[in-house]
Design a protein around this ligand. Structure first.
Ligand code: AHR
Length: 312
C-alpha cells in the first residue's frame, strides 16, 4: 500500500531532512490564519523544511500545488482541501510517487487508501453541539433560525449543517427559515445576514443565527446592530471555531456560544509523520481533535486573553 511504500521514502531521513509541502486553502477566516501560523511554527520547531502554497480558495490551485510538490519529490504533503470532491486523480499521483498525504481540518470524498491520515474534528458533532445548545437554550419556545453556511461543497459546510439539523429533529419549535452560504468570511457573513434581516421583517421574525464559523458570525453581528437589533439578546448567536474575536463579542453580550476547533492540526500531523519516519508506524486513518462548547458563562474575557498569541 502507499503507506508501506512511503516508509521507504522516509527510511533515511531525519526530522531535520524532511521537506513537507503544505497546500493551504487561503486566508478566509481568523481560524485559517492561525492554522497557517501554527503550521509554520510547528515545522520550524521540528526542523522541517515547509513549502507553503496558498490556494486563494481555489481547488485548481491546490491541485497545481500538489503536482508541483510531487515533481519536487517532497517527503510528505499536508492538504487542507477546500472542497470535498475531485481529489482522486491527484491523490493517486501522490500515492504512485510514494508521497504520503495528510489531510488537515477538512475531509475528502475519496478512498482512504489515497491518504495516510486525516487530522480533523468530528464536523457533524460540532454542528450537533451547536444545535443542542440552541434547543436547550430556547427550551421549547418557537424559534426561527437563520443559517450562514460555510464554503459550498466543503466538508465543514456539509457536515456542520447535517449535525445541526440532526440536533433540531424532534424539536418542532425550531425551524431553519433561511440558509445560505457566507463562504466562511466576515464580509459575506455580514452581506448575507443583511439580506436575511430584510427578508424577515427587519429581523423581527428571527430568533437565532447559526453560523458555520465565528468570522461569519462576527460579520452578521455587525449587520444585526446596524439593523437596530441587539445580537445575543434579540437574536441569539451560535457559531463554531472559538477564535479570540468571538470571545470579545461574547464578553459584550453580542454572541452566545461557540464550539472550539483547534488551529493546531499540524502538531498531530507532524507527530504522525515522525513516528512513521522512525519505524514505519502507520497512524489511524482519522486523528480526531476535540470539540468543546463555550458560552457566556465561561469567562469570555479571560479566554480571549489566553487565546491571543496562540497563533491568532
Ligand atoms: O475547515 C475549518 C473551517 O475553515 C473553519 O471552521 C473556518 O473558519 C475555516 O475557514
Amino acid at each position: 500500500s502507499a503507506t508501506i511504500l512511503a516508509a521507504c521514502t522516509f527510511g533515511s531521513a531525519s526530522a531535520a531532512d524532511l521537506v513537507v509541502g503544505f497546500s493551504q486553502i487561503g486566508s478566509e477566516s481568523g481560524w485559517r490564519a492561525a492554522e497557517t501560523t501554527l503550521t509554520k511554527q510547528q515545522a520550524q520547531e521540528r526542523g522541517i523544511d515547509l513549502k507553503f502554497a496558498d490556494a486563494q480558495q481555489k481547488q485548481e490551485n491546490q491541485i497545481k500545488a500538489l503536482r508541483s510538490f510531487i515533481a519536487q519529490g517532497v517527503n510528505a504533503i499536508l492538504l487542507a482541501p477546500v472542497v470535498a470532491t475531485g481529489w482522486d486523480e491527484v491523490l493517486q499521483e501522490a500515492k504512485d510517487a510514494e508521497i504520503p498525504v495528510i489531510l488537515l481540518d477538512r475531509t475528502v470524498d475519496a478512498s482512504d487508501d489515497l491518504y495516510m491520515t486525516a487530522v480533523t474534528s468530528d464536523l457533524v458533532h460540532e454542528g450537533n453541539v451547536a444545535g443542542k445548545w440552541l434547543a436547550d437554550t430556547v427550551a421549547g419556545k418557537p424559534c426561527n433560525i437563520v443559517e450562514l453556511q460555510g464554503t459550498t461543497g466543503s466538508s465543514p459546510a456539509i457536515d456542520r449543517k447535517k449535525g445541526f439539523e440532526q440536533a433540531l429533529s424532534g424539536h418542532d419549535n425550531l425551524k431553519i427559515v433561511r440558509s445560505q452560504t457566507g463562504d466562511f468570511t466576515r464580509t459575506k457573513g455580514k452581506e448575507v445576514m443583511e439580506s436575511f434581516l430584510k427578508a424577515e421583517d427587519g429581523g423581527k421574525n428571527i430568533c437565532a443565527l447559526y453560523a458555520h464559523n465565528d468570522d461569519m458570525a462576527v460579520g452578521a453581528i455587525q449587520a444585526i446592530k446596524e439593523a437596530g437589533l441587539k445580537p445575543g439578546t434579540d437574536i441569539l448567536v451560535v457559531s463554531i471555531d472559538a477564535v479570540p474575536d468571538i470571545f470579545q463579542a461574547m464578553a459584550a453580550g453580542e454572541a452566545n456560544a461557540t464550539v472550539e476547533l483547534t488551529p493546531n492540526m499540524a502538531g498531530p500531523a507532524f507527530d504522525a509523520l515522525a513516528a512513521f519516519q522512525k519505524d514505519g508506524t502507520k497512524p489511524p486513518k482519522w486523528i480526531q481533535t476535540e470539540s468543546k462548547l463555550y458560552t457566556q458563562a465561561d469567562d469570555p474575557t479571560k479566554i480571549y486573553e489566553a487565546k491571543k498569541g496562540l497563533g491568532y
